[in-house]
Design a binder for this molecule. Sequence first.
Ligand code: AHR
Length: 328
Amino acid sequence: MKIYRSLIVLAALLFITTGCNTRSTAKPSSLSAKPVKEYQDLVVGFAQIGAESEWRSANTLSIKEEAERLGVELKFSDAQQKQENQILAVRKFIAMKVDVIGISPVVETGWEEVFQEAKDAGIPIILVDRRADVPEDLYVTYLGSEFREEGRNAARKMIELTNGNAYIVELQGTPDSAPATDRYNGFREIIKDYPNMLILDSQNGDFTRARGREVMEYFLEEYGPTISALYAHNDDMALGAIQAIEEYGLRPGVDIKIVSVDAAKVALQAIIDGKINVSVECNPLLGPQFFELALKVVNGVPVEKRVPSIETIFDINNAAEALPTRKY
Ligand code: AHR
């Protein structure tokens, strides 16, 4: 009986102690969880490249309009195509203690130090449009186009347009930028199997209309009417080149077949006018996806390391239908 009573006392004591311990260490979930942020709570820094093309202006507008629509506080910086300005912008955003930093790196290399600074400050980096050559732990996700596939598609279309026989000149985008490198390589990956697709020359046109025109003038001086095709890494350079071709007395789109990338409104109009044959789409309207990712990241929701944008190809068969509703 005595033993029986002692056992009851022991059990009661055990119940009281473990019960107390459980209650005193476990916090109610509402106190331990980080408060969930809404769009209106977010402060986001965005380090843009500049305004070198129609594409870039549309991209900037998409970011700014979406921030405004969602009520996000946006700190925006335009680096005027200079990497050092983008680095300064990131440092400024770190000092401001923004929640997230978005950046379109103008070139691929040279970001490790400043991205590490952001990581040390606990500020996640989202790459938008262009990738950076850094270890994967220095950014949370990369949202943007498949530039290499754009280059491959440009080559496939060029082969169709010229029946696999062409003397090509190429206008490249900004040296060491992800789209220029990938569009260059993707194009070659396809035409290497076509011995009569010959690249006469390939030069930097810096993604701008002025430079595209200047370099095309040089190509025409150098190779004249031998040129039968132009591959431009973006529409702006193609449009600059069209001016040079017309001044030279040749017909763009007819004497010289033209394939470019972006599919901006101006290029769709040039397709309808018969001056550009094909423009491979590169979608700049990344604002909605960017802020959706930013909110997830801040709230600790897992995101994919790579988020591609959805794209198509435009030629005379679909340009007119797309033009009236085209946003850029
Ligand atoms: O990074 C995307 C590229 O940058 C676009 O194709 C070009 O027009 C822009 O300047």
